[in-house]
Every structure is written in structure tokens, then in C-alpha cells.
Design a protein around this ligand. Structure first.
Ligand SMILES: [Zn+2]
Length: 407
């Protein structure tokens, strides 16, 4: 155990000073929900609310949205390497990404790579290749596993050993700070074990892997059907303690969310108001509350009584700096290795994140860029490394290879 941060917990506590922004434009977001009128008429129509949400999502920069149109544009603008379409590997270095895996799922990919004579490199070689043109040799790929799920130690590590492959795992230290054996993420001892073996290259996935609110309009609530994953739950507080929205916070308002590492300014909603929403639901039947007729208007009335605020540009910069510097520092201290690469959660990194990563001493950064190449080439941008879905491993030249259309 090392001394940084605390385990994610579920309490809420007030932070900051609340401006009057909500008061200045209290109803602008809601006319679409039923016309200018009472609070009731603004919140009671479910369908327009969904439509409004869609419209709200459209305001997020195109390059941060994983849409079908984006996929098509990527194909026609040549973002994908030619080996996906039956061509040669041709001196490029592809990077494949996985998350949580089982042995049955992962092993066939490793088998394909092994039987077809591929070798693997990790972050150091990636940096030397893209920055200095140091060759990695033919038939070389990078395997990466995001988030360091428990399966990284239970499944991936022994398989890497069996197949003599190396892989990178990207870790957000705040997520594993107090992890114990049996948790969903690996423990520090697991990470040390894997790192010491030389088979696993542990690198940074920022400090907290955070989603933040970037708008002050309520788009939904934590209802009994809330099913966002832990990391997709927007952060409520992100100082030493990272607190996120979870399914237990029934009644909590939800706003449009984007990655902390985007250039978005974070909206900090009024803690007394969301606390009151949750208390109101608890006092009125919990999950049963949402079967009533007027639950949305009751909650919206509470929300409209509060005041939130947007963070300042200085606060945004300070948080982005901390996300990058602290993750690097904590991992280096715990593992005694060099943390040279950061992988942006959801591959979203704004201009600010890129500049800050450079200043924090990262040599390379995994992040999307509109129309960027989804592979590494010598002389490419080291701060916009883009990866490929692991399913495309089967498109690599070899026996029984597939094409992008049959993967
Ligand atoms: Zn991740």
C-alpha cells in the first residue's frame, strides 16, 4: 500500500463556491420538454427529453464521439492500415487493445500471433520507433490491456508467459488504490509482480479515469435501470478521494458528460441539491418512487432550487495536470520503473491534455485525433497514437487470415 488517495467511496460532500449561473438561465434547457411554462410542463414528457439528450450529445466535438459516421470517415480517409484489407503489414507498428478478458477469449489471438511468427514490443520501443525512427523489425505488434482488470493478473499474465509475449497495461492508480485480491482490479502486489517479470509494461491511464459533467442541463436521473459502468459514472468529487455516481444514488440528476481529459470545463452541480434528491427518493420508497406519476417533476423542483457552477480555466488546468503528474509519480514510486506513456481514457485527449502530458514528461500518448492514422509510423505524432480493435489481429498476414469485413 502506498500513501496516495483513497478507495472510491460513495459518500458525497460539498466542495467549492456556487455561482448564480443556474439562476441566470434557469429554464433555457427545458422548453423542448413541454414548452415555456411551469416546472411541471418542462419535465414531464419522457420522449422529448430523450430527443433533447440526443441534441445535447451533438454538441460534443465530433472527434470525441464514437459514431458509425466516424467509422466510415476513418475508412475512406485512409486511417486504417492496408493489412486490414488484405495488404501487407508494410513497416508499420500496429497497437491492439483489449480490456477484461477470459483465457478462452484471449488465447486464440495469442495463438494466431505465435503461429504466424509475430513478436511484441512495448512502450519504450514504441517511443523510440515513432520519435527516433528506431526499427522494431518485421512482424511486430503491440498488445495493450486497459484498466488493469483482475483478469490482467489471473489470465493475461500467465498466457504472456506461455507464449513469450509482452504487453502494456494502462493503470489509473486511484482505481486500484485499495484493491485487495478478489476485487475487480489488480492489486499493487499483482502490478509489481507483473512489472518485475518484464512481460508486462505498466503505464499510465491518468490518475482517476474520470468522466465529468460539461453542461448544466439535466438529461437524466439515476433510476433503478441505471447501468453505467463504474468508470463511465461521472465524478462528483476528484480530489484525493475520487467519488463517482453509482447505481445506489437513486434520484441523482445526470448531466451531459465528457472525459476529464477533453478540453471541457467541468460543471459542478450543487451538492446540497443532489443530496436532497437522493434523500427524497429514499424517503419516498426508493426504487418504488420511480413508479409514481410525478417523480420527475418532484426531483426537478429540487434541482431548480439549487445553484451549480462551472470550474474556472485555472481549475481545469490544475486538474488535468494532477491527472497526469500524479499517476506518473505514484506508479513510478510503487513500481520503480519509468512511466513514459499515458493512454487517455476513451482515447479522448484535448489540446490542453496533450500540452500537459508533454510538460509532465510523458514521451508518448495514446489518444485519438480526427483523421489520424490508426497505427504507428516513423516520424508520426508521438502524442496522438491511435490503436486498433484486437479483433483485427486476425487480419494480420498469416494462415487463415481474415479481412476487416469478416472479423
Ligand atoms: Zn480505460
Amino acid at each position: 500500500m502506498i500513501g496516495y488517495g483513497k478507495k472510491i467511496h460513495r459518500s458525497e460532500s460539498p466542495t467549492g463556491v456556487w455561482s448564480d449561473r443556474k439562476r441566470r438561465k434557469p429554464q433555457l434547457g427545458y422548453p423542448l420538454l413541454g414548452g415555456v411554462g411551469s416546472t411541471v410542463s418542462r419535465v414531464k414528457l419522457a420522449k422529448p427529453q430523450a430527443w433533447f439528450h440526443e441534441r445535447s450529445i451533438m454538441k460534443i466535438p465530433f472527434q470525441e464521439r464514437k459514431t458509425k459516421l466516424r467509422g466510415v470517415l476513418d475508412i475512406i480517409t485512409g486511417c486504417y492500415p492496408s493489412f486490414l484489407f488484405g495488404g501487407r503489414l508494410g513497416g508499420i507498428l500496429p497497437v491492439f487493445h483489449f480490456h477484461d478478458v477470459t483465457r478462452e477469449y484471449l488465447e486464440p489471438y495469442l495463438k494466431y500471433l505465435s503461429e504466424n511468427g509475430y513478436k511484441t514490443v512495448a512502450s519504450k520501443e514504441m517511443g523510440e520507433y515513432i520519435r527516433n525512427g528506431v526499427s522494431v523489425g518485421d512482424k511486430t505488434v503491440v498488445l495493450s490491456f486497459d484498466d488493469a482488470w483482475a483478469s490482467m493478473h489471473e489470465v493475461v499474465f500467465p498466457l504472456l508467459n506461455e507464449y513469450s509475449f509482452r504487453a502494456i497495461t494502462y493503470v489509473a492508480p486511484s482505481l486500484i488504490e485499495d484493491a485487495v485480491v478478489g476485487d475487480r482490479f489488480v492489486t499493487w502486489d499483482h502490478l509489481k509482480d507483473m512489472s518485475n517479470s518484464g512481460l508486462v509494461d505498466v503505464q499510465s491511464h491518468t490518475w482517476s479515469h474520470a468522466m465529468i459533467y460539461d453542461d448544466d442541463v439535466v438529461v437524466d436521473w439515476v433510476k433503478p435501470d441505471y447501468d453505467r459502468s463504474l468508470m463511465a459514472g461521472p465524478v462528483i468529487e476528484m480530489n484525493d478521494v475520487v467519488t463517482r455516481v453509482t447505481a445506489e444514488m437513486l434520484g441523482r440528476p445526470l448531466y451531459r458528460a465528457r472525459s476529464r481529459m477533453s478540453d471541457a470545463l467541468r460543471y459542478i452541480d450543487d451538492p446540497s441539491v443532489h443530496g436532497e434528491c437522493v434523500a427524497h427518493v429514499n424517503a419516498n420508497g426508493g426504487a418504488e418512487f420511480f413508479k409514481g406519476e410525478s417523480w420527475q417533476e418532484q426531483l426537478m423542483n429540487i434541482v431548480l432550487s439549487g445553484k451549480g457552477r462551472f470550474e474556472t480555466e485555472a481549475e481545469r488546468l490544475a486538474e488535468i495536470k494532477r491527472e497526469l503528474a500524479r499517476s506518473k509519480e505514484v506508479l513510478q514510486l510503487a513500481l520503480g520503473t519509468k512511466i513514459r506513456q499515458v493512454c487517455m481514457p476513451w482515447a479522448v485527449g484535448g489540446d490542453l491534455a496533450e500540452e500537459t502530458a508533454k510538460a509532465a514528461g510523458y514521451e508518448t500518448m495514446v489518444a485519438d485525433e480526427l483523421y489520424g492514422k490508426r497505427f504507428l509510423v516513423k516520424g508520426g505524432n508521438p502524442y496522438r497514437i491511435m490503436r486498433l480493435k484486437h479483433q483485427y489481429i486476425y487480419c494480420l498476414p498469416g494462415n487463415d487470415r481474415k479481412t476487416v469485413f469478416s472479423c
